[in-house]
Design a protein around this ligand. Sequence first.
Ligand SMILES: Cc1cc2nc3c(=O)[nH]c(=O)nc-3n(C[C@H](O)[C@H](O)[C@H](O)COP(=O)(O)OP(=O)(O)OC[C@H]3O[C@@H](n4cnc5c(N)ncnc54)[C@H](O)[C@@H]3O)c2cc1C
Length: 327
Amino acid sequence: MKNILVLAEIDGDELRPEFWELATVAKALSASVSCGIGVVVIGAHTDAVLEEVTKTDADTVHVLQDDRLADPWPEAHAAALIQLCRELAPQIVILPRTVLGAEMAARLAVHNRWQLLQDVTQVEVSSDGSLKAVRPVSGGAVMATIHAGTGPCVVVPRPRAFAAAVATSGGACTTVRHAFEPPSLRTSCGEIKRVAVEGMSVDRARVVISGGGGLGGPEPFALLRQIADLVGGAVGASRVAVDSGWVPPSLQVGLTGKTIAPDVYLAVGISGAIQHLVGCSSAPLIVAVNSDESAPIFGISNYGVVGDWKEVMPAFLERLMMEERVT
Ligand SMILES: Cc1cc2nc3c(=O)[nH]c(=O)nc-3n(C[C@H](O)[C@H](O)[C@H](O)COP(=O)(O)OP(=O)(O)OC[C@H]3O[C@@H](n4cnc5c(N)ncnc54)[C@H](O)[C@@H]3O)c2cc1C
């Protein structure tokens, strides 16, 4: 029987939340091609996530547990996945677009000469059984429809492009353990340093307030942080703010930063370059504050304030604090 494999990436000893979006994609594809779903768990400490990943429509969970897979070492993790694919001969392999997942996807596709559909926002099975996917190209300026051939495909969904699957009651899933038999690896994994992020992370926040080059320095980010804390949101940034050293790279939204889809995205002093918009344009409500009425950000924002952030943002904060006092 053909099958679909879905990677359940572990971060530390926790399941990465992207898994639930991949589960949605797997379920939709499995209904079209009538094949089973296998979840792949690779790591040194997999037990913590095993119960969680069975709460999907998967038939089988394939576990590859080995101390050499403790760190997010792409070559080793890709080798583990390649080994599993050799044993299981999947038709479709779905991985998250994380730093580790995207590299594993590329390594798997190149190693097996399989087709790679990266960053897809839609994917479906055509009448001839091949996959058809939509993805942004040219920095998000164009959406391209990609027709894959009929062979095996590696699919990497765009974060937040698919709704997260709701966990089932689980239980009907078989767990199969595999021994890791790595080939000789050419890279090694150095020290892993976790960077502490102040406040909530932009990845999953429902409200994100991002600052850009128009803020002129790092200090105004404290004001954005104050506002974010009041509304239970996170602070993000454009690449100009990151490249200028005002905020850490973990805050960057965009093509070379994070792709997010909060309920509300507030862009302050951000021009709206396509490389920035590609990371935030899925937000259903975008609000922009910019002193230049012709700034491209107004082209995609639902609400815009043409004005100097130095006047607009302190007034907004004051209003929020007033509301807080009233409630
Ligand atoms: C390959 C590639 C990848 C890239 N990846 C990313 C990415 O991931 N994320 C990203 O953001 N960019 C990315 N960029 C850079 C992108 O092209 C833009 O240069 C960047 O987004 C501009 O940032 P900005 O709008 O904050 O700054 P600026 O271009 O400096 O714009 C500042 C804005 O602030 C406004 N402003 C100025 N003063 C005030 C004020 N007092 N009050 C209110 N508004 C004010 C200005 O009118 C202007 O619109 C990438 C570029 C390339 C080539």
